[in-house]
Design a binder for this molecule. Structure first.
Ligand code: HEM
Length: 172
């Protein structure tokens, strides 16, 4: 496959890092909102918090996650880094896909279901068992995702577990 030159590789990496910022920044904002916004003094206020969390999820975090995966695939295909030549890249594929699936099927519903409960119960949603279980799962899942992001950023910088010189040669 034709590979990008150094300029193309830098542009791809730039876009990749913008997407990383969106995904991690969106996750930090969402976690802080879920943890620290409030206490709400009315059902309307709580509903507003719920909707704001969905906005950050849909408009920042999800596009960032998709962008990371797409730019990661492009970097693999269009630069000498390749798909599974390096252990740290393979681990990023596994973790990225896992975080996207976990975010879609486990964390997403814990954010998206809240407004409906608040609509029904008003401010007393905060003593509703489903609402609180969603809240707790969001916090715990959010912490897990942040740790996964920190780990991926770290291995991207360190590029560990490679035979000496091989990654440099491959990326040159
Ligand atoms: C399918 C998923 C991903 C793949 C295949 C992938 C692959 C890569 C590759 C090959 C590079 C080196 C690019 C270069 O130096 O030219 C890179 C850079 C980087 N990636 Fe990813 N990545 C993925 C997802 C992520 C995620 C989810 C994060 C963070 C949460 C991340 C953070 C970074 C960072 C911080 C760099 C820059 C490292 C440096 O230049 O020192 N990547 N990625």
């Amino acid at each position: 496959m034709t590979k990008f030159g150094s300029r193309g590789q830098k542009i791809l990496k730039f876009i990749h890092l913008v997407m990383v910022c969106l995904w991690t920044g969106g996750a930090v904002a969402l976690n802080l909102m879920i943890l620290l916004l409030g206490p709400a003094t009315s059902g309307e206020e709580l509903y507003g918090y719920n909707m704001a969390a969905i906005l950050v999820d849909d408009a920042v975090l999800i596009p960032g996650a998709m962008g990371c995966l797409i730019t990661g695939i492009l970097i693999s295909g269009l630069t000498p880094w390749g798909f599974f030549k390096h252990k740290w890249v393979t681990i990023k594929y596994i973790l990225t896909v896992f975080c996207i699936l976990f975010g879609t099927f486990v964390l997403g519903p814990t954010v998206n279901d809240q407004p409906q409960i608040t609509k029904e119960f008003g401010l007393s949603a905060i003593s509703n068992s489903t609402y609180m279980a969603n809240w707790l799962n969001s916090v715990l899942g959010g912490i897990f995702q942040m740790l996964a992001f920190m780990f991926m950023i770290l291995i991207s910088i360190l590029k560990p577990w490679r035979k000496s010189g091989s990654a440099k040669d491959a990326a040159a």
